[in-house]
Design a protein around this ligand. Sequence first.
Ligand SMILES: CC(C)(COP(=O)(O)OP(=O)(O)OC[C@H]1O[C@@H](n2cnc3c(N)ncnc32)[C@H](O)[C@@H]1OP(=O)(O)O)[C@@H](O)C(=O)NCCC(=O)NCCS
Length: 277
Amino acid sequence: MKKTHSNGETNGAMQGWKTSIVTSDPGNIWIRGYDTVSLMQRGSFADVIYLLHRGELPSAAERRLIEALLIGISDHGAGAPSCAVARMVASSNRQSVAAAVAAGVLAIGDEHGGAGTPCMEQIADCLARVSNDGVSLQEAAAAVVGKAIIEKRRLAGFGHRVHHTKDPRIDFIFGLARKHKVAGDGVRAVLALEAEIARRIKPLPANIDAALAAILHDLGFPPSAARFIFIVGRVAGITAEIAEEYMRERPMRVRIPVTYDGKAPRKLGVAKGKTRR
Ligand SMILES: CC(C)(COP(=O)(O)OP(=O)(O)OC[C@H]1O[C@@H](n2cnc3c(N)ncnc32)[C@H](O)[C@@H]1OP(=O)(O)O)[C@@H](O)C(=O)NCCC(=O)NCCS
């Protein structure tokens, strides 16, 4: 029997990785079994994103929804945290495009661009209450909102710094999902949550992260997919923002007005009870 070391090596040789995503030979590349050149001829980038993550090609309706979401996610202006951070790093480190892109991606989290994942968990929470407790979807949404209020938590996927009353992307995406008969419990749960939030807190419109969460839920994606798909879409905008920063702006242009309100300048003395060495 071969001896396996704790670092995963067998007799000094690394064990082969197993993957079901991509393979190749000197003349071919296959993504989930489909020839890449054939996909280049007849497919779209949204097809390939779906194929990479789900293992199968999307239907025409699924492709259209993924495309619409990616467009909605792609950019929201230089001031959006992911784009602003990317531009800031591009401004001070003009040698590394990768550093600027990575910095922009690192700004994505629960508050910005990453709320889709916890929003999918909220949707699942609502639906679990409907099936386990026999309550209506509206009652389940009221319970989820009530729990967030008690825990002093913000509801993921609701509210926006610019779109205070309505996010212009949402009606279109939900309409598209209805037209293609994709809209299901995910879309219904987000609308129920939006109504309960307006009733219990204040009108906080569903944002693009909630739309992403609703559609990905209805397409059968797991919650982690919301952050992956947001990052895939936003990197398109981040790269354009960085390119504009390099081409249009001078290095180190960003000067943030800073007010110091700490201790006044003071002498370094000997602390009481301690002897200087
Ligand atoms: C996007 C967000 C950061 C905007 O924040 P903002 O500009 O401070 O929001 P507003 O000025 O409209 O509202 C601020 C108030 O509403 C409350 N509020 C805002 N969004 C809320 C939410 N999702 N759930 C509960 N309360 C919320 C805040 O607690 C705050 O109340 P306070 O004044 O008593 O502290 C915020 O709505 C949020 O955190 N949303 C959840 C995360 C999310 O979906 N992010 C993706 C954005 S595309």
